[in-house]
Design a protein around this ligand. Sequence first.
Ligand code: ZN
Length: 309
Amino acid sequence: MPEGDTIYRSARALAKILTGKTITKFDTGYAHLATVNDDRPLVGRVIETVESRGKWLLIHLSGDLILVTHMLMSGSWHIYKTGEKWWSPRHSMRAFLEVEGWQAVAFNVPVAEFHTASSLARKSSIPKLGPDLLSDEYTAANGVQALQQRAESHPDDEIANVLLNQRVMAGLGNVYKSEVAFYAGVHPFRAMSTITPDEMLKMAEVSQKWLKANVLDGSSTTGGDAIITYSGNRRTTNSGNEKNRLWVYGRRGQECRRCGALVEMRKQGPGARSTYWCPACQPWIPAATQTTEAPVGWNGAIRRRKVGC
Ligand SMILES: [Zn+2]
């Protein structure tokens, strides 16, 4: 799934070429968008702003019309110079905007809707987002406050699900979820009621640090904003070796980079997303209301492939 930093990069690149420009052509593979375009044509409207809110990308047009897309698993926005060959087939196109010299194309976005400012505010499936980890206004104190509020309102929520919850903090995806919990030494299945202020601070700080670092990485390695695709270059360790770029994500059964214990994985949360953790670096701590039993499926033993060398 594209993470907040990817959507942010897409929004930034789109903003750079689209802001202030007039739409000269619009096309869509979705009937519900075509109907709106028939009634309230896009051609002639000025693109006012492009913003990301967590996983959502919003293109604000003059005359109170907003094109909202959510990438989910498969979607992406590409930018092309007019006349340039598209990297994805035309039948994957879901929305297409042309301005002078440029084309912006949304491929395979499963969710695309038009809104007015008021319908957007009412739409419950477009959540009011928590503090955006990539906004200039975000501070770790905002993040801690958001986590504390969640712990008070939902003390039984598991921390890794909360890290993914865009209404709490906006921007983290499934990869960072595991990485952030590892960094803070927090078992991802621990209840919010067990998370200390110090652990919240660590998670709030490192979430912002990693997302920002990866945004910078992306723009420098692609050498500009010409084409936006999902790169796999997220990095949380400081290793220069591409293979060692993550602490635990995707490393089930491999040795923890810190302690050598074997990394575990279990599905978690409403979407049954894969969660990875080190059982030694991230010890299980039950909530006061729980038994001392670890969650089902947790074998309790810390396996090590080797000790020492
Ligand atoms: Zn470890």
